[in-house]
Design a binder for this molecule. Structure first.
Ligand SMILES: Nc1nc2c(ncn2[C@@H]2O[C@H](COP(=O)(O)OP(=O)(O)OP(=O)(O)O)[C@@H](O)[C@H]2O)c(=O)[nH]1
Ligand SMILES: [Mg+2]
Length: 194
């Protein structure tokens, strides 16, 4: 078992947000604040160790915490942010990730992800009862060689990498709505009206 204090967390905000019309998704407004602020508001009571992975508007993001970009060119997907995090957070053994476009994540995410860890676990992934949530994850930095080989090979489907590792899913079926993911202006507007 792992304690919450042994984990560092990264908000993934480095995507292209093409479905959001290219607007930087972490910074679009939702209910009066930037989308990433909703994520920070949920995460901050759970951990003091939060960094932001962003490839644009890094000055803007720096008001919320330390910011780092991808090391790999060409937007390789969320794994690019995980790769950058392992290289950037050199002291972090266990690194957790959440996306910037999930504004109502679980308030007990960090504790439950950490508590689920077993002695031989490489990676923990949230499960909402119906679907695995591959970008809500807590991984050990030892997966770096596998991650690099995977990306070098041109593979992008996250779950295929996870299956090469010692993966456990963490059940959040008691809060399936916690993983609502806003990718388009329509999803944003509909959610904002609720
Ligand atoms: N660092 C990094 N993060 C990424 C990349 N692509 C996606 N992400 C992040 O991964 C999470 C899930 O991404 P998606 O919502 O599927 O993709 P997106 O690029 O943000 O948006 P679309 O272009 O509309 O698919 C979000 O938090 C993104 O910021 C990337 O190439 N690099
Ligand atoms: Mg998304």
């Amino acid at each position: 078992m792992l304690s919450a204090e042994q984990t560092s967390w990264v908000i993934l905000a480095g995507g292209q947000a093409s479905r959001m019309g290219g607007n930087d998704k972490g910074l679009v407004q939702l209910a009066g604040k930037a989308m990433i602020e909703h994520v920070i508001d949920t995460l901050a009571p759970q951990t003091t160790d939060i960094a932001i992975n962003a490839n644009r508007n890094q000055d803007h993001y720096s008001q919320y915490g330390a910011v780092f970009g991808d090391q790999l060119q060409g937007y390789p997907g969320p794994l690019g942010g995980m790769h950058a995090a392992i290289l950037h957070l050199t002291d972090a053994e266990w690194i957790g990730f959440v996306p910037c476009d999930c504004p109502q994540l679980p308030h007990d995410l960090v504790a439950r992800m950490a508590a689920a860890c077993q002695a031989d676990t490489d990676i923990l992934v949230a499960h909402d009862g119906e679907h695995i949530q591959p970008v809500v994850t807590l991984l050990h930095r030892r997966i770096l060689p596998k991650l690099e080989a995977f990306l070098d090979n041109g593979d992008r489907k996250i779950i295929l990498l996870y299956r090469q590792c010692n993966m456990l899913t963490v059940d959040f079926s008691d809060q399936p709505n916690a993983f609502v993911n806003l990718n388009t202006p329509v999803e944003l507007a509909q959610f904002g009206q609720r």
